[in-house]
Design a protein around this ligand. Structure first.
Ligand SMILES: NC(=O)c1ccc[n+]([C@@H]2O[C@H](COP(=O)([O-])OP(=O)(O)OC[C@H]3O[C@@H](n4cnc5c(N)ncnc54)[C@H](O)[C@@H]3O)[C@@H](O)[C@H]2O)c1
Length: 430
């Protein structure tokens, strides 16, 4: 898609919600010094339930006042995780959460194809936002989300909780101070066994579930169990494969440690070497991101749980005086000629939630450990890896006034955005 077409496409798909002058409901004044943060969790499946628990246990200055899901079974289960299940609002339509002036902040833990749309609308309604990774289902909506965060001045924390892991923060600071010499390359390793999901036939959606609202911006498709709880990750209409699922955590740490932003090129390949089922996304990906002075290598193998190189999911930074490993079990440095030395622990979801609450209460986006600008840069790399796999060739990445584009590649440029189902377009910022 050329530049003009992309602009026109964005205009024609941007929708009914021209809310540029929408009133902000929460203001610094409204959230007085002694007020607790009234939080709502939107999408209360696996990770959303985790949010309900963590925000409920974070301290007296935060209260989960509402849970929202299109699936009534999950709403009930999530409410039961709070200290006062009877007092929690159980909501089926997220727009009712955004309309509620009593809600100060929201978590978004829906499938990926909803993240940016709900996040932008929440910002327009004056809420602080904790959005799960990846913050966007495509590059264009991520760019819009970053703009919205700036425009509305609210906190937007990205769900990449390694950024709040004390051990990782210290290890990266030490690496920057020369712990392993000059660092020119890092690996982001996503190595695990993903079970096969088989091939299943369409069936009616479970009773009470609002399947139309589950589909949202995605095209209509009959309900199947494989496109439902968790396995939606493996369908391009809703998910971003494992590069955007688990891989983004390691990609984020690698990018952070290397101190890089947007690569000039992404070379690599991806394939299904193992899956023979309903999966659309790859089980094997190897992508090298060229940052001119640094290389970031994403390696994904989803067909064995044997922890090669000592890692299941983790990072290795290569310096000219040694290497630093950052894994789920913590951080280990090996300087040339010395024994490996443990430096500290791994990621920390509780600290990430706490950091968000503190910033939301203080109305201070500047204090976030994973601000959306950083989150989007990391999400972009997952998208580049997937686009590289889908078009089957290297991508040469450029930025202009319109945002990110791929040089001389119409097919890849089409994947920078999507077609939004009528009634579920992105809002316009004006
Ligand atoms: N940060 C982390 O470590 C981490 C870990 C796991 C998952 N996640 C992220 O959390 C998100 C959710 O993943 P999951 O594994 O919990 O998936 P899931 O399928 O278990 O849960 C998603 C929930 O969202 C609900 N939902 C769908 N559309 C909705 C809508 N319009 N409004 C309200 N609810 C809606 C579904 O009914 C479901 O209950 C994903 O984006 C995933 O990448 C992050």
């Amino acid at each position: 898609m050329d530049k003009t077409n992309r602009r026109d496409f964005a205009k024609s798909t941007a929708g009914a919600l021209a809310l540029s002058s929408a009133p902000l409901i929460v203001t610094r004044g409204a959230l007085a010094a002694n007020d607790a943060l009234q939080h709502a969790v939107i999408g209360v499946g696996g990770q959303g339930s985790n949010h309900v628990k963590r925000f409920s246990q974070a301290g007296a200055d935060c209260r989960v006042m509402a849970v929202c899901d299109v699936d009534p079974e999950r709403r009930e289960a999530a409410a039961a995780l709070t200290p006062e299940p009877g007092a929690v609002k159980k909501v089926g339509d997220y727009r009712r959460i955004l309309d509620d002036p009593g809600v100060h902040s929201v978590s978004i833990a829906t499938p990926d194809h909803w993240h940016a749309k709900i996040a932008i609308e929440a910002l327009m309604a004056g809420k602080h936002v904790y959005v799960e990774k990846p913050c966007c289902h495509n590059i264009a909506e991520g760019e819009l989300l970053v703009k919205a965060a700036k425009r509305y001045g609210r906190c937007v924390q990205h769900g990449t909780q390694s950024r709040s892991g004390d051990g990782i923060i210290k290890a990266i600071a030490m690496m920057r101070d020369g712990l392993i010499g000059t660092v020119r390359a890092a690996k982001a390793i996503n190595h695990q066994l993903r079970e096969l999901i088989g091939k299943v036939e369409p069936e009616p959606a479970p009773g009470g579930v609002n399947y139309d609202l589950w589909l949202g911006p995605a095209p209509e498709h009959p309900f199947t169990r494989n496109r439902w709880r968790y396995n939606w990750h493996w369908f391009w209409d809703y998910g971003t494969g494992d590069a955007g699922n688990d891989g983004i955590h390691q990609i984020d740490v690698a990018r952070w440690g290397l101190g890089v932003t947007t690569p000039r090129a992404a070379h690599g390949c991806g394939a299904q070497l193992y899956y023979d089922d309903d999966h659309q996304t790859p089980d094997t990906q190897t992508v090298v991101f060229d940052f001119e002075t640094r290389h970031l290598i994403y390696e994904m193998r989803l067909w064995t749980d044997y922890p090669l190189e000592g890692h299941d999911n983790g990072n290795v930074f290569y310096g000219d005086e040694g290497e630093l490993e950052i894994g789920r079990k913590g951080c280990v440095v090996t300087r040339i000629g010395e024994e490996p030395r443990k430096l500290g622990g791994g990621s920390n979801l509780d600290a990430h939630v706490r950091n968000f609450i503190d910033c939301a209460l203080a109305d201070d986006p500047g204090g976030l450990n994973a601000p959306i600008e950083e989150g989007f840069l990391s999400a972009s790399l997952s998208h580049f890896a997937n686009i590289n796999t889908r078009v089957g060739r290297s991508l040469f990445i450029e930025r202009d006034g319109e945002g990110i584009r791929f040089r001389d590649d119409d097919e890849a440029n089409k994947l920078l955005t999507r077609e939004y189902r009528s009634g579920y377009e992105l809002p316009q910022l004006g």
